[in-house]
Design a protein around this ligand. Structure first.
Ligand SMILES: Nc1ncnc2c1ncn2[C@@H]1O[C@H](COP(=O)(O)OP(=O)(O)OP(=O)(O)O)[C@@H](O)[C@H]1O
Length: 247
């Protein structure tokens, strides 16, 4: 199963330089962490892969089938960077609604929403309206929304932002519990937290891929003498500096 962006160009304004230009990328197996400075194009890449936005040029495909079809949307889950609460919906209704939008029937979506909320430790908030949840709780509802329909590709935009350390651990356990050929592309600024857990690391800058490879190859950028537990952060900083990026 391959999610692929081929020669994609995307800009938010026609008269401005595109954010991504002739951008090609194939999502590898397992967990890939997507890193890059603010404004590098991480969210833009995720939105193209999620078929939320369409490239002005190029193609986005899953096993060769084009993005935007119902099959594609069912196979691919996207958690946006900003989860917008819906004041009229409870956490469970919100997650079930995502399941329904992704093609589940109502009963199944309702059932799976309960399960997904349980996985993010929010079963006790299932009946709380989403506008009454804390920022971290709302992000966990977003993660539940990405899990609800059993997608084969998870695109998660800064899923751990605002989560407390315990919930970040719960989230890492969820990632580890994904079975079968589920591919995950996850953007984060919590470099230390996640990069060492990943199978692959992709670093983007200025709309291009600055580094892409398995985690070991990323960690070779760690300068000698780096404190234990700081390897990923130090590797990231060294990599940007070596490529002349002042982030
Ligand atoms: N809706 C929008 N309208 C206009 N420009 C946008 C919009 N969204 C993003 N951009 C611009 O596109 C570029 C890439 O933004 P993007 O959000 O993809 O970066 P990012 O790597 O996710 O950044 P961050 O780490 O800050 O979330 C930035 O220059 C940003 O200002």
């Amino acid at each position: 199963m391959t999610l692929e962006l081929s020669n994609c160009t995307y800009g938010y304004r026609r008269w401005k330089t595109p954010v991504l230009r002739d951008f090609s990328y194939a999502l590898p197996e397992g967990l890939t962490v997507l890193l890059g400075p603010n404004g590098a194009g991480k969210s833009t890449l995720l939105k193209l892969a999620a078929s939320v936005n369409r490239p002005q040029q190029g193609r986005v495909t899953l096993d060769g089938a084009p993005a935007g079809t119902p099959e594609y949307r069912q196979a691919v889950a996207w958690m946006p960077q900003d989860i917008v609460p819906m004041p009229t919906l409870t956490a469970r209704e919100y997650v079930a609604y995502i399941g329904w939008l992704k093609g589940m029937n109502r009963a199944e979506a309702w059932q799976q929403a309960r399960r997904a909320l349980g996985r993010v430790n929010l079963a006790d908030q299932a009946g709380t309206r989403t506008n009454r949840l804390s920022g971290g709780q709302l992000r966990r509802v977003g993660v539940a929304g990405a899990l609800v329909h059993g997608a084969r590709v998870l695109l998660l935009d800064e899923p751990t932002a605002g989560m407390d350390p315990y919930q970040r651990r719960v989230f890492r356990d969820i990632l580890r519990s994904l079975t079968g050929d589920v591919r995950v592309l996850l953007s984060t600024h919590d470099v230390a937290d996640l990069a060492e857990e990943a199978d692959h690391v992709t670093v983007v800058y200025g709309g291009s891929v600055l580094h892409h490879g398995n985690t070991d190859s990323f960690l070779t950028h760690t300068p000698p003498g780096t404190l234990e537990g700081r390897a990923a952060e130090a590797a990231y900083t060294a990599l940007l500096r070596d490529r002349g990026v002042a982030a």
